[in-house]
Design a protein around this ligand. Structure first.
Ligand SMILES: Nc1ncnc2c1ncn2[C@@H]1O[C@H](COP(=O)(O)OP(=O)(O)O)[C@@H](O)[C@H]1O
Ligand SMILES: O=C(O)c1ccc[n+]([C@@H]2O[C@H](COP(=O)([O-])O)[C@@H](O)[C@H]2O)c1
Length: 203
């Protein structure tokens, strides 16, 4: 049995969830873990001097819990799938974990686990526009994008680039189907190579 962990990182509204969900639906024996599901409760997230909640930092996330879940998958991907009510395919040779989120490459212990890293990027104006039509809980207060989200993106990206080198940057402006085809085909090629290795070992 072989495993592969694929990171779908990128800026807010870059298209991470859209791509990752579709990849999960397409790739046999894959599981999906989304960083958005690990945000701390609003009451414990600090506020800056301008009154903006500091959500766009690793400290606003339960990264310990996220790492525990990833570790559970690594120990036994088949039972992880079963626990998530996912049906394993008949060919059980390669298990795939897709990890999606805006700060996945900023957390060093997680960073070390990826076999392949993709980062979706879009320009400032498109990002601001996409974000303005999305409703978070709690919703973005007026001025939040320019006062917190964008400056933190620039800071986090700089930090990411200082600690990671092998990221494949993906243009998030590409049409959804095209974007999916290029990233998913790339991952499927890696899976096929791993399957060939397994076959060779058994011959
Ligand atoms: N390739 C794309 N082209 C145009 N719009 C997209 C694309 N990918 C995602 N979107 C749209 O952008 C918004 C944010 O997408 P989402 O996948 O939730 O982003 P993220 O998970 O990175 O925050 C959604 O309205 C989605 O439909
Ligand atoms: O999901 C939540 O609980 C949540 C609560 C407050 C804010 N967020 C925002 O979620 C953003 C990251 O998610 P995403 O899908 O936009 O990449 C980040 O920019 C945060 O400001 C998310």
């Amino acid at each position: 049995m072989k495993t592969i962990i694929v990171g779908i990182g990128g800026m807010t509204n870059g298209g991470k969830s859209t791509l990752a969900v579709r990849m999960h639906q397409h790739i046999p024996n894959s599981c999906l873990i989304s960083q958005d599901e690990y945000f701390k409760e609003d009451s414990v997230v600090p506020v800056d001097s301008n009154g903006f909640k500091q959500y766009d930092v690793l400290d606003a996330l339960h990264m310990d819990q996220m790492m525990d879940h990833i570790e559970t998958w690594r120990r036994d991907p088949l039972s992880f799938m079963t626990q998530k009510s996912l049906t394993p395919s008949e060919s059980l040779s390669v298990f795939v974990l897709i990890v999606e989120g805006f700060l996945i490459f900023n957390h060093r212990p997680l960073n070390a686990l990826f076999d392949k890293k993709y980062f979706l990027e879009i320009p400032y104006d498109i990002c601001k526009k996409r974000r303005s039509s999305r409703v978070y809980i709690p919703p973005d207060p007026p001025g939040y994008f320019d006062g917190h989200v964008w400056p933190m993106y620039l800071k986090n990206r700089k930090q990411m680039e200082a600690i990671v080198s092998d990221i494949v940057f993906v243009d998030g402006l590409r049409e959804k189907d095209q974007l999916f085809d290029s990233v998913c085909n790339d991952v499927m090629e890696i899976i096929e190579e791993l399957k060939d290795c397994i076959t060779d070992q058994h011959q």
